[in-house]
Write a protein that binds this ligand. Structure first.
Ligand SMILES: [Zn+2]
Length: 294
């Protein structure tokens, strides 16, 4: 149900459902569903990028095909998430298993696109949020598989963030996505984000290398954090914080074999970036309350 001011409230919508909703809510609901569906279709392409880009293969040709029997995958077998379940995770022709990672990436992409539109409505901010989430998903998967963050993807992310900062300078709500700064304030925050996101881990990495004699943090991680700084401003420190805690928790919980192999930092930074973009302000308030500072 819409609240007094006719504003959309996700919480009351989830309780009330479509039946008790007003027009505003139905329109938002439709936008979120469409964003989720388009996001899932783009998730299919994300799978292509995740597989082919690190291998230096073309992203457009040839079309999707089974790696074993070469069967070209028809559009109906390429419907995100659903097709994998209908095919029971196997190639239609030869029965070659298809990794569960494919529907997972498609579903994650759909959910992230939907979350961006739910959070920022129909706006430039939603578009920037989608770019941030989508590229983070792809980068996380590539880093997980290959232990590297391709410069071209981090570069596209940084270019989008820079575009967002320029738009904010012109007075359009854009980057940083957290907070409501516009004009000079937004540019200042984005600049601080790059400085903190790139500078703090760079210093930490150099000190660590000096002391331990080996690299602890990849330069790819530092570049990614600098790009995240454009999107999140000073909140980029929260990305580093969440990423470090999630990474450490995974390191403690993971089986010994997985722990001995170097654990890539990228997936945890991506998780931190999405969390910070969506809930950063709430998390900061909750943290300050917990610490008795507010
Ligand atoms: Zn096949």
């Amino acid at each position: 149900m819409c609240d007094e001011g006719g504003r959309f409230s996700p919480a009351s919508f989830l309780v009330g459902g479509l039946k008790g909703s007003c027009l505003v809510e139905r329109v938002v609901f439709l936008q979120v569903v469409v964003a989720g569906a388009v996001g899932a279709v783009f998730g299919s392409f994300a799978n292509v990028v995740i597989w082919r880009l690190p291998r230096g293969e073309s992203l457009v040709a040839p079309g999707s095909h089974c790696p074993r029997c070469g069967l070209r995958i028809a559009w109906y077998d390429n419907v995100p998430v659903l097709a994998w379940f209908l095919l029971r995770g196997r190639c239609r022709a030869c029965g070659e298993p298809i990794s569960w990672r494919y529907p997972l990436v498609e579903a994650a992409s759909g959910l992230l696109w939907a979350a961006a539109v739910l959070t920022w409505g129909q706006s430039l901010r939603a578009l920037l949020g989608i770019v941030l989430f989508y590229l983070s998903l792809i980068l996380a998967a590539i880093d997980f598989d290959h232990r590297r963050l391709p410069n071209v993807l981090v570069g596209i992310l940084a270019a989008a963030g820079l575009g967002g900062a320029v738009a904010a300078a012109a007075g359009v709500p854009a980057c940083p996505l957290v907070g409501s700064a516009r004009g000079a304030g937004a540019v200042l925050q984005a600049g601080a984000g790059v400085f903190l996101g790139g500078g703090v881990p760079l210093v930490a990495a150099l000190v660590y290398e000096r002391v331990r004699g080996r690299a602890g943090l990849g330069m790819g991680d530092v570049k990614l954090l600098a790009a995240y700084g454009l999107f999140l401003g000073p909140y980029v420190l929260m990305v580093l914080f969440i990423g470090s805690i999630a990474g450490a928790a995974f390191g403690l919980a993971a089986p010994r074999r997985a722990r001995d192999a170097a654990i890539p930092f990228g997936p945890f930074l991506a998780l931190g970036a999405v969390t910070t973009a969506l809930w950063g302000e709430h998390l900061l308030v909750a943290y300050l309350r917990l610490a008795g500072l507010r």
